[in-house]
Design a protein around this ligand. Sequence first.
Ligand code: ADP
Length: 430
Amino acid sequence: MFQKVHIRLASLCAGITTFILLVMSFGYLYISEQGLRRSHFISFQNDMNTVISNLEQQTIITHEWLTRMEDNGKYLINIIDNGAPFLYNERSTSEQKQLFHIAWEVYERTFEITSLTNTLATYHEDFLFSSKGSRSNDYYACVATSERSNGTFQVMLLCSMEPLLRQIRTQRILFLTLDIFASFLLVLFSFYFTKRILKPLEENQRQQSQFIASASHELRTPLAVILSCASASLKASEKEQVHFIESIQSEGLRMSRLIDDMLLLTKADSCRWSIQKTPTELDTLLLDTFEAFEPIASEKSIRLFIRLPEEAVPAVLCDKERIRQVLAILLHNAISYTPEGGRIELLLTYDSKMLQLLVSDNGIGIPDDKKEHIFERFYRADQSRSDKDHFGLGLCIAAEIVAAHNGQLLVSDTPGGGSTFTVVLSNRLR
Ligand code: ADP
Protein backbone atom coordinates (compact mmCIF):
# COMPACT_ATOMS: atom_id res chain seq x y z
CA MET A 1 0.00 0.00 0.00
CA PHE A 2 2.77 2.41 0.98
CA GLN A 3 4.75 1.54 -2.14
CA LYS A 4 1.79 2.56 -4.30
CA VAL A 5 1.34 5.82 -2.36
CA HIS A 6 5.07 6.42 -2.59
CA ILE A 7 5.11 5.99 -6.38
CA ARG A 8 2.05 8.20 -6.81
CA LEU A 9 3.34 10.93 -4.52
CA ALA A 10 6.81 10.84 -6.08
CA SER A 11 5.33 11.02 -9.60
CA LEU A 12 3.11 13.92 -8.61
CA CYS A 13 5.98 15.77 -6.97
CA ALA A 14 8.34 15.06 -9.91
CA GLY A 15 5.61 15.99 -12.43
CA ILE A 16 4.80 19.32 -10.82
CA THR A 17 8.42 20.37 -10.26
CA THR A 18 9.46 19.29 -13.75
CA PHE A 19 6.49 21.14 -15.26
CA ILE A 20 7.44 24.33 -13.39
CA LEU A 21 11.08 23.90 -14.46
CA LEU A 22 10.10 23.42 -18.12
CA VAL A 23 7.70 26.38 -18.15
CA MET A 24 10.36 28.60 -16.59
CA SER A 25 13.16 27.46 -18.87
CA PHE A 26 11.03 27.69 -22.04
CA GLY A 27 9.92 31.16 -20.94
CA TYR A 28 13.52 32.17 -20.41
CA LEU A 29 14.57 30.61 -23.72
CA TYR A 30 11.84 32.49 -25.58
CA ILE A 31 12.82 35.83 -24.02
CA SER A 32 16.49 35.15 -24.69
CA GLU A 33 15.82 34.26 -28.36
CA GLN A 34 13.77 37.40 -28.84
CA GLY A 35 16.65 39.39 -27.35
CA LEU A 36 19.17 37.72 -29.66
CA ARG A 37 17.06 38.41 -32.75
CA ARG A 38 16.54 42.03 -31.67
CA SER A 39 20.21 42.66 -30.99
CA HIS A 40 21.18 40.97 -34.27
CA PHE A 41 18.78 43.17 -36.18
CA ILE A 42 19.88 46.30 -34.33
CA SER A 43 23.51 45.50 -35.14
CA PHE A 44 22.51 45.07 -38.82
CA GLN A 45 20.65 48.39 -38.77
CA ASN A 46 23.62 50.17 -37.18
CA ASP A 47 25.93 48.86 -39.89
CA MET A 48 23.41 49.95 -42.50
CA ASN A 49 23.30 53.43 -41.05
CA THR A 50 27.08 53.63 -41.34
CA VAL A 51 26.90 52.53 -44.98
CA ILE A 52 24.14 55.04 -45.75
CA SER A 53 25.93 57.95 -44.11
CA ASN A 54 29.10 57.02 -46.01
CA LEU A 55 27.07 56.85 -49.21
CA GLU A 56 25.72 60.32 -48.54
CA GLN A 57 29.20 61.73 -47.94
CA GLN A 58 31.06 60.00 -50.75
CA THR A 59 30.80 60.94 -54.37
CA ILE A 60 33.20 58.26 -55.54
CA ILE A 61 32.57 54.70 -54.38
CA THR A 62 35.79 52.72 -54.45
CA HIS A 63 36.21 48.95 -54.47
CA GLU A 64 38.31 49.18 -51.28
CA TRP A 65 35.50 50.90 -49.45
CA LEU A 66 32.99 48.30 -50.64
CA THR A 67 35.31 45.44 -49.63
CA ARG A 68 35.67 47.02 -46.19
CA MET A 69 31.91 47.28 -45.93
CA GLU A 70 31.52 43.55 -46.65
CA ASP A 71 33.25 42.93 -43.33
CA ASN A 72 34.90 39.63 -44.27
CA GLY A 73 31.80 38.10 -45.79
CA LYS A 74 29.41 39.19 -43.04
CA TYR A 75 27.52 41.27 -45.62
CA LEU A 76 26.97 40.83 -49.33
CA ILE A 77 26.85 44.00 -51.40
CA ASN A 78 25.21 44.58 -54.73
CA ILE A 79 25.07 47.94 -56.49
CA ILE A 80 22.89 49.27 -59.24
CA ASP A 81 23.97 52.51 -60.82
CA ASN A 82 21.30 54.20 -62.89
CA GLY A 83 19.53 50.87 -63.41
CA ALA A 84 22.71 49.05 -64.58
CA PRO A 85 24.75 46.58 -62.41
CA PHE A 86 27.90 48.10 -61.02
CA LEU A 87 31.22 46.58 -62.03
CA TYR A 88 31.83 45.52 -58.44
CA ASN A 89 28.94 43.02 -58.78
CA GLU A 90 31.11 40.90 -61.06
CA ARG A 91 33.09 39.76 -57.99
CA SER A 92 30.03 37.83 -56.74
CA THR A 93 29.74 34.09 -57.33
CA SER A 94 26.91 32.83 -59.53
CA GLU A 95 25.05 31.68 -56.40
CA GLN A 96 25.31 35.14 -54.88
CA LYS A 97 24.16 36.69 -58.15
CA GLN A 98 21.11 34.44 -58.08
CA LEU A 99 20.50 35.48 -54.49
CA PHE A 100 20.62 39.19 -55.37
CA HIS A 101 18.36 38.55 -58.31
CA ILE A 102 15.67 37.16 -55.97
CA ALA A 103 16.30 39.92 -53.42
CA TRP A 104 15.84 42.66 -55.99
CA GLU A 105 12.63 41.01 -57.13
CA VAL A 106 11.31 40.88 -53.57
CA TYR A 107 12.35 44.48 -53.06
CA GLU A 108 10.59 45.68 -56.16
CA ARG A 109 7.49 43.67 -55.33
CA THR A 110 7.35 44.89 -51.77
CA PHE A 111 8.20 48.55 -52.06
CA GLU A 112 6.74 51.10 -54.40
CA ILE A 113 9.68 52.69 -56.13
CA THR A 114 9.15 56.40 -56.46
CA SER A 115 11.89 58.42 -57.95
CA LEU A 116 12.79 61.47 -55.94
CA THR A 117 14.51 63.21 -58.81
CA ASN A 118 15.55 66.74 -58.05
CA THR A 119 15.34 66.17 -54.30
CA LEU A 120 18.85 64.71 -53.98
CA ALA A 121 18.29 62.43 -51.04
CA THR A 122 19.34 59.07 -49.63
CA TYR A 123 16.78 56.72 -48.16
CA HIS A 124 16.65 53.06 -47.33
CA GLU A 125 14.25 50.13 -46.94
CA ASP A 126 14.77 47.10 -44.69
CA PHE A 127 13.12 43.77 -45.26
CA LEU A 128 13.41 40.07 -44.53
CA PHE A 129 13.48 37.47 -47.22
CA SER A 130 14.05 33.81 -47.68
CA SER A 131 15.94 32.66 -50.76
CA LYS A 132 14.77 29.03 -50.93
CA GLY A 133 11.93 28.86 -48.50
CA SER A 134 14.06 27.21 -45.83
CA ARG A 135 14.80 29.12 -42.60
CA SER A 136 18.57 28.64 -42.96
CA ASN A 137 18.38 30.79 -46.10
CA ASP A 138 16.79 33.73 -44.36
CA TYR A 139 18.41 37.12 -44.87
CA TYR A 140 18.09 40.62 -43.54
CA ALA A 141 18.15 42.90 -46.52
CA CYS A 142 18.54 46.64 -46.86
CA VAL A 143 18.40 48.71 -50.01
CA ALA A 144 19.82 52.22 -49.77
CA THR A 145 18.90 54.51 -52.64
CA SER A 146 20.86 57.65 -53.26
CA GLU A 147 19.41 60.17 -55.61
CA ARG A 148 22.33 62.06 -57.16
CA SER A 149 22.69 64.72 -59.76
CA ASN A 150 24.02 62.11 -62.18
CA GLY A 151 21.25 59.56 -61.51
CA THR A 152 20.04 56.99 -58.99
CA PHE A 153 22.55 54.93 -57.12
CA GLN A 154 21.27 51.83 -55.25
CA VAL A 155 23.15 49.62 -52.83
CA MET A 156 21.72 46.35 -51.55
CA LEU A 157 23.19 44.75 -48.46
CA LEU A 158 22.33 41.22 -47.45
CA CYS A 159 23.11 39.72 -44.09
CA SER A 160 22.58 35.98 -43.62
CA MET A 161 20.64 34.97 -40.54
CA GLU A 162 22.47 31.63 -40.45
CA PRO A 163 24.92 32.64 -37.62
CA LEU A 164 21.98 33.86 -35.53
CA LEU A 165 19.97 30.69 -36.19
CA ARG A 166 23.03 28.58 -35.37
CA GLN A 167 23.41 30.44 -32.08
CA ILE A 168 19.71 29.89 -31.31
CA ARG A 169 20.01 26.18 -32.17
CA THR A 170 23.04 25.77 -29.88
CA GLN A 171 21.20 27.55 -27.10
CA ARG A 172 18.15 25.29 -27.55
CA ILE A 173 20.27 22.13 -27.43
CA LEU A 174 22.00 23.41 -24.30
CA PHE A 175 18.66 24.16 -22.63
CA LEU A 176 17.23 20.80 -23.63
CA THR A 177 20.26 18.97 -22.21
CA LEU A 178 20.07 20.95 -18.99
CA ASP A 179 16.31 20.38 -18.72
CA ILE A 180 16.69 16.63 -19.20
CA PHE A 181 19.45 16.51 -16.60
CA ALA A 182 17.49 18.69 -14.13
CA SER A 183 14.30 16.64 -14.67
CA PHE A 184 16.24 13.47 -13.97
CA LEU A 185 17.60 14.99 -10.76
CA LEU A 186 14.10 16.15 -9.79
CA VAL A 187 12.70 12.65 -10.28
CA LEU A 188 15.47 11.19 -8.11
CA PHE A 189 14.96 13.89 -5.48
CA SER A 190 11.17 13.37 -5.49
CA PHE A 191 11.55 9.64 -4.90
CA TYR A 192 14.03 10.19 -2.08
CA PHE A 193 12.07 13.09 -0.55
CA THR A 194 8.67 11.35 -0.58
CA LYS A 195 10.22 8.18 0.82
CA ARG A 196 11.56 10.21 3.74
CA ILE A 197 8.18 11.87 4.27
CA LEU A 198 6.36 8.53 4.24
CA LYS A 199 8.84 6.73 6.48
CA PRO A 200 7.33 7.89 9.81
CA LEU A 201 3.84 7.08 8.52
CA GLU A 202 4.98 3.65 7.43
CA GLU A 203 6.61 3.08 10.80
CA ASN A 204 3.45 4.28 12.51
CA GLN A 205 1.33 1.90 10.49
CA ARG A 206 3.69 -0.95 11.26
CA GLN A 207 3.39 -0.18 14.96
CA GLN A 208 -0.40 0.05 14.72
CA SER A 209 -0.59 -3.34 13.00
CA GLN A 210 1.73 -4.81 15.59
CA PHE A 211 -0.38 -3.25 18.33
CA ILE A 212 -3.59 -4.74 16.91
CA ALA A 213 -1.96 -8.14 16.44
CA SER A 214 -0.63 -8.15 20.02
CA ALA A 215 -3.94 -6.86 21.42
CA SER A 216 -5.87 -9.58 19.59
CA HIS A 217 -3.44 -12.16 20.88
CA GLU A 218 -3.85 -10.90 24.46
CA LEU A 219 -7.64 -10.83 24.19
CA ARG A 220 -7.84 -14.29 22.69
CA THR A 221 -6.69 -16.07 25.89
CA PRO A 222 -9.32 -14.70 28.32
CA LEU A 223 -11.96 -15.00 25.63
CA ALA A 224 -11.10 -18.67 25.11
CA VAL A 225 -11.31 -19.26 28.89
CA ILE A 226 -14.70 -17.46 29.06
CA LEU A 227 -16.12 -19.50 26.17
CA SER A 228 -14.91 -22.85 27.49
CA CYS A 229 -16.16 -22.02 31.04
CA ALA A 230 -19.53 -21.00 29.62
CA SER A 231 -19.94 -24.23 27.63
CA ALA A 232 -18.65 -26.35 30.54
CA SER A 233 -21.05 -24.70 33.00
CA LEU A 234 -24.01 -25.85 30.88
CA LYS A 235 -23.32 -29.46 31.80
CA ALA A 236 -21.81 -28.78 35.26
CA SER A 237 -23.36 -29.26 38.68
CA GLU A 238 -24.53 -26.22 40.62
CA LYS A 239 -21.34 -26.15 42.72
CA GLU A 240 -19.12 -26.35 39.65
CA GLN A 241 -21.16 -23.67 37.93
CA VAL A 242 -20.22 -21.18 40.68
CA HIS A 243 -16.55 -21.92 40.02
CA PHE A 244 -17.00 -21.42 36.24
CA ILE A 245 -18.88 -18.13 36.77
CA GLU A 246 -16.08 -16.88 39.03
CA SER A 247 -13.56 -17.73 36.31
CA ILE A 248 -15.67 -15.94 33.70
CA GLN A 249 -15.87 -12.89 35.98
CA SER A 250 -12.13 -12.78 36.60
CA GLU A 251 -11.30 -13.22 32.89
CA GLY A 252 -13.90 -10.56 32.04
CA LEU A 253 -12.22 -8.18 34.48
CA ARG A 254 -8.84 -8.94 32.91
CA MET A 255 -10.22 -8.17 29.46
CA SER A 256 -11.79 -4.97 30.70
CA ARG A 257 -8.44 -3.89 32.24
CA LEU A 258 -6.62 -4.64 29.00
CA ILE A 259 -9.20 -2.70 26.98
CA ASP A 260 -8.88 0.26 29.39
CA ASP A 261 -5.10 0.22 28.94
CA MET A 262 -5.39 0.07 25.16
CA LEU A 263 -7.92 2.90 25.08
CA LEU A 264 -5.61 4.97 27.23
CA LEU A 265 -2.72 4.45 24.82
CA THR A 266 -4.91 5.15 21.80
CA LYS A 267 -5.95 8.41 23.41
CA ALA A 268 -2.31 9.27 24.02
CA ASP A 269 -1.51 8.53 20.37
CA SER A 270 -4.19 10.86 19.13
CA CYS A 271 -3.22 13.50 21.73
CA ARG A 272 -6.65 13.30 23.34
CA TRP A 273 -5.27 12.91 26.84
CA SER A 274 -6.53 15.42 29.32
CA ILE A 275 -3.82 16.25 31.83
CA GLN A 276 -5.29 18.34 34.61
CA LYS A 277 -2.42 19.92 36.39
CA THR A 278 -2.94 21.15 39.95
CA PRO A 279 -0.39 22.08 42.63
CA THR A 280 0.45 18.71 44.20
CA GLU A 281 2.53 17.80 47.24
CA LEU A 282 4.38 14.78 45.94
CA ASP A 283 5.63 13.68 49.39
CA THR A 284 2.02 13.23 50.50
CA LEU A 285 1.19 11.43 47.26
CA LEU A 286 4.15 9.09 47.72
CA LEU A 287 3.11 8.37 51.31
CA ASP A 288 -0.45 7.55 50.21
CA THR A 289 0.85 5.15 47.55
CA PHE A 290 3.20 3.55 50.04
CA GLU A 291 0.31 2.91 52.44
CA ALA A 292 -1.85 1.48 49.67
CA PHE A 293 0.82 -0.98 48.49
CA GLU A 294 2.30 -2.04 51.81
CA PRO A 295 -0.32 -4.78 52.42
CA ILE A 296 0.16 -6.17 48.88
CA ALA A 297 3.94 -6.23 49.34
CA SER A 298 3.77 -7.88 52.77
CA GLU A 299 1.43 -10.52 51.30
CA LYS A 300 4.41 -11.56 49.21
CA SER A 301 6.79 -11.12 52.17
CA ILE A 302 8.42 -8.11 50.51
CA ARG A 303 9.53 -5.21 52.68
CA LEU A 304 8.45 -1.83 51.40
CA PHE A 305 10.36 1.30 52.52
CA ILE A 306 9.85 4.99 51.92
CA ARG A 307 12.41 7.80 52.19
CA LEU A 308 11.25 11.40 52.04
CA PRO A 309 13.17 14.66 52.51
CA GLU A 310 13.02 15.93 56.10
CA GLU A 311 11.72 19.34 55.13
CA ALA A 312 8.34 19.79 53.41
CA VAL A 313 8.62 19.36 49.64
CA PRO A 314 7.25 22.34 47.67
CA ALA A 315 4.16 21.60 45.61
CA VAL A 316 4.61 21.00 41.88
CA LEU A 317 2.11 21.41 39.10
CA CYS A 318 1.05 17.98 37.84
CA ASP A 319 -1.92 15.70 37.30
CA LYS A 320 -2.11 14.03 40.73
CA GLU A 321 -4.15 11.02 39.60
CA ARG A 322 -1.95 10.32 36.59
CA ILE A 323 1.25 10.48 38.68
CA ARG A 324 -0.43 8.16 41.19
CA GLN A 325 -1.10 5.81 38.24
CA VAL A 326 2.60 5.91 37.27
CA LEU A 327 3.66 5.06 40.81
CA ALA A 328 1.12 2.25 40.93
CA ILE A 329 2.46 0.74 37.68
CA LEU A 330 6.06 0.94 38.91
CA LEU A 331 5.23 -0.51 42.32
CA HIS A 332 3.06 -3.22 40.84
CA ASN A 333 5.96 -4.25 38.58
CA ALA A 334 8.47 -4.04 41.42
CA ILE A 335 6.33 -6.36 43.57
CA SER A 336 5.81 -8.74 40.63
CA TYR A 337 9.46 -8.98 39.67
CA THR A 338 10.93 -9.16 43.18
CA PRO A 339 11.06 -12.56 44.81
CA GLU A 340 9.77 -13.24 48.33
CA GLY A 341 11.90 -11.73 51.07
CA GLY A 342 13.06 -8.91 48.78
CA ARG A 343 12.89 -5.19 49.39
CA ILE A 344 11.46 -2.22 47.53
CA GLU A 345 12.20 1.40 48.28
CA LEU A 346 10.27 4.52 47.41
CA LEU A 347 12.38 7.65 47.34
CA LEU A 348 11.74 11.34 46.71
CA THR A 349 14.56 13.82 46.02
CA TYR A 350 14.41 17.35 44.74
CA ASP A 351 16.50 20.41 44.03
CA SER A 352 15.76 23.85 42.63
CA LYS A 353 15.36 22.52 39.07
CA MET A 354 13.90 19.04 39.25
CA LEU A 355 12.16 16.51 41.31
CA GLN A 356 12.78 12.75 41.21
CA LEU A 357 10.55 9.88 42.28
CA LEU A 358 12.43 6.56 42.53
CA VAL A 359 11.04 3.04 42.81
CA SER A 360 13.93 0.75 43.52
CA ASP A 361 13.81 -3.02 44.00
CA ASN A 362 16.32 -5.82 44.46
CA GLY A 363 14.41 -8.21 42.24
CA ILE A 364 15.32 -10.07 39.04
CA GLY A 365 16.59 -6.93 37.29
CA ILE A 366 16.51 -6.15 33.57
CA PRO A 367 19.38 -7.15 31.25
CA ASP A 368 21.01 -4.19 29.48
CA ASP A 369 19.99 -5.35 25.98
CA LYS A 370 16.34 -5.44 27.06
CA LYS A 371 16.24 -2.07 28.80
CA GLU A 372 15.60 -0.15 25.56
CA HIS A 373 12.64 -2.41 24.68
CA ILE A 374 10.70 -2.46 27.95
CA PHE A 375 8.84 0.76 27.03
CA GLU A 376 7.51 -0.80 23.81
CA ARG A 377 3.92 -1.93 23.64
CA PHE A 378 3.20 -5.54 24.66
CA TYR A 379 6.89 -6.13 25.30
CA ARG A 380 7.79 -8.53 28.09
CA ALA A 381 11.44 -9.04 28.87
CA ASP A 382 10.78 -12.56 30.02
CA GLN A 383 8.30 -14.11 27.56
CA SER A 384 8.23 -17.35 29.53
CA ARG A 385 6.48 -15.61 32.43
CA SER A 386 2.82 -15.53 31.58
CA ASP A 387 1.59 -13.65 34.61
CA LYS A 388 -2.06 -12.93 33.87
CA ASP A 389 -1.87 -9.40 35.27
CA HIS A 390 0.92 -8.36 32.93
CA PHE A 391 0.13 -7.40 29.36
CA GLY A 392 3.34 -5.51 28.62
CA LEU A 393 1.51 -2.16 28.51
CA GLY A 394 2.24 -0.77 32.00
CA LEU A 395 5.57 0.92 31.28
CA CYS A 396 4.43 2.50 28.01
CA ILE A 397 1.42 4.00 29.78
CA ALA A 398 3.71 5.27 32.55
CA ALA A 399 6.15 6.71 29.99
CA GLU A 400 3.30 8.45 28.10
CA ILE A 401 2.00 10.04 31.31
CA VAL A 402 5.47 11.27 32.31
CA ALA A 403 6.09 12.59 28.78
CA ALA A 404 2.77 14.48 28.96
CA HIS A 405 4.28 16.25 31.99
CA ASN A 406 7.42 17.03 29.97
CA GLY A 407 9.31 14.69 32.24
CA GLN A 408 11.35 11.52 31.76
CA LEU A 409 11.02 7.92 32.90
CA LEU A 410 14.41 6.28 33.27
CA VAL A 411 15.52 2.77 34.16
CA SER A 412 18.79 1.71 35.78
CA ASP A 413 20.21 -1.14 37.78
CA THR A 414 19.91 -1.08 41.55
CA PRO A 415 23.37 -1.41 43.14
CA GLY A 416 23.63 -5.02 44.27
CA GLY A 417 20.92 -6.22 41.82
CA GLY A 418 17.40 -5.33 40.79
CA SER A 419 15.93 -2.40 38.92
CA THR A 420 15.38 1.25 39.71
CA PHE A 421 12.81 3.34 37.85
CA THR A 422 13.15 7.11 38.12
CA VAL A 423 10.45 9.65 37.27
CA VAL A 424 12.06 13.02 36.59
CA LEU A 425 9.73 16.03 36.74
CA SER A 426 10.43 19.70 36.46
CA ASN A 427 10.32 21.39 39.83
CA ARG A 428 8.31 24.39 38.70
CA LEU A 429 4.85 25.60 39.39
CA ARG A 430 3.81 26.19 35.81
P1 ADP B 1 4.17 -5.90 32.21
O1 ADP B 1 2.74 -5.65 32.34
O2 ADP B 1 4.54 -7.13 31.48
O3 ADP B 1 4.92 -5.73 33.51
P2 ADP B 1 5.42 -3.47 31.60
O4 ADP B 1 5.31 -2.60 30.41
O5 ADP B 1 5.03 -2.87 32.89
O6 ADP B 1 4.64 -4.75 31.26
O7 ADP B 1 6.89 -3.96 31.69
C1 ADP B 1 7.53 -4.46 30.54
C2 ADP B 1 8.58 -5.48 30.92
O8 ADP B 1 9.63 -4.83 31.66
C3 ADP B 1 8.08 -6.54 31.84
O9 ADP B 1 7.53 -7.61 31.12
C4 ADP B 1 9.32 -6.97 32.59
O10 ADP B 1 10.03 -7.92 31.83
C5 ADP B 1 10.16 -5.71 32.63
N1 ADP B 1 10.05 -5.04 33.95
C6 ADP B 1 9.28 -4.01 34.29
N2 ADP B 1 9.49 -3.64 35.58
C7 ADP B 1 10.42 -4.48 36.05
C8 ADP B 1 11.06 -4.63 37.32
N3 ADP B 1 10.80 -3.83 38.35
N4 ADP B 1 11.98 -5.61 37.45
C9 ADP B 1 12.29 -6.41 36.42
N5 ADP B 1 11.72 -6.34 35.19
C10 ADP B 1 10.79 -5.39 35.02
